[in-house]
Design a protein around this ligand. Structure first.
Ligand SMILES: Nc1ncnc2c1ncn2[C@@H]1O[C@H](COP(=O)(O)OP(=O)(O)OP(=O)(O)O)[C@@H](O)[C@H]1O
Ligand SMILES: [Mg+2]
Length: 218
């Protein structure tokens, strides 16, 4: 599969000839230099973007053939995203942030709070539920973001440099948490520049100039 961006009158091939099969329950790390296509690949895996050539299958279905409603339901139900810079809403409390994906899903409102508190418990943050994001450490903010990704119980957790803004001790805590979630059955795909973090995955795919340069099993 390929993803070509139009920049003015020129084409930029962010991905080309990428052939990747991710197993249910796998933990995969994506590495590669800046501009090699990691975020582009993650966006396609998360059904936020589509290949311009080739096909993306999710749970065996061709994503390009899904209508908008089915696609947004699929994203909401099956995929959780975690970013380097947390992306928490500053005016909401921690537990309200964690609830937000449920507001776009099918679950009744009376379930939102208990589910959000349960997700906070899974990341060890139940005692911070009423805090504002500005009152959290970086590690706590990222745990909140992970709880928000988990609250819909997605099959697939995607993380784009989740430890990029954290010191190494806090980054290790987040890495341990991702390992736990993987052990509990989540499929985890993470982009990282950190060799130690990548080595904790079952498979490491290295991108260069939009193609897969190598695949390793640490
Ligand atoms: N929306 C866009 N429009 C045009 N070009 C884009 C767009 N998004 C990404 N690109 C280009 O596609 C290529 C891959 O970008 P991508 O963001 O996937 O890289 P990356 O590996 O995530 O880099 P980084 O490590 O810096 O986050 C780069 O050349 C980038 O400039
Ligand atoms: Mg990126």
């Amino acid at each position: 599969m390929a993803r070509v961006y139009q920049r003015g009158s020129t084409d930029v091939a962010a991905l080309s000839g990428v052939d990747l099969d991710i197993r249910d329950g796998e933990k995969l790390a994506i590495m590669g230099p800046s501009g090699s296509g990691k975020t582009t690949l993650l966006s396609i895996l998360g059904c936020l973007d589509r290949p311009t050539r080739g096909e993306h299958l999710f749970e065996g279905r061709a994503v390009a053939e899904l209508d908008d409603d089915t696609l947004s339901q699929l994203r909401n139900r099956a995929i959780g995203f975690v970013f380097q810079s947390f992306h928490l809403l500053p005016h909401l409390s921690v537990v309200e942030n964690v609830e937000t994906p449920l507001q776009y899903g099918q679950r009744p409102p009376r379930e939102w709070r208990p589910r959000a508190l349960e997700a906070l418990e899974r990341v060890g943050l139940e005692q911070r539920a009423e805090h504002r994001p500005s009152e959290l450490s970086g590690g706590e903010a990222q745990r909140t973001a992970i709880a928000r990704a988990l609250v819909v119980e997605p099959r697939l957790l995607l993380a784009d440099e989740p430890t990029g803004n954290l010191d190494s001790a806090t980054g290790t805590e987040i890495a341990v948490l991702l390992d736990e979630l993987h052990a509990q059955g989540s499929t985890v795909v993470l982009v990282t520049h950190n060799e130690d973090l990548a080595r904790r995955a079952e498979r490491v795919v290295t991108l260069r100039d939009g193609h897969i340069e190598k695949e390793e099993r640490p």
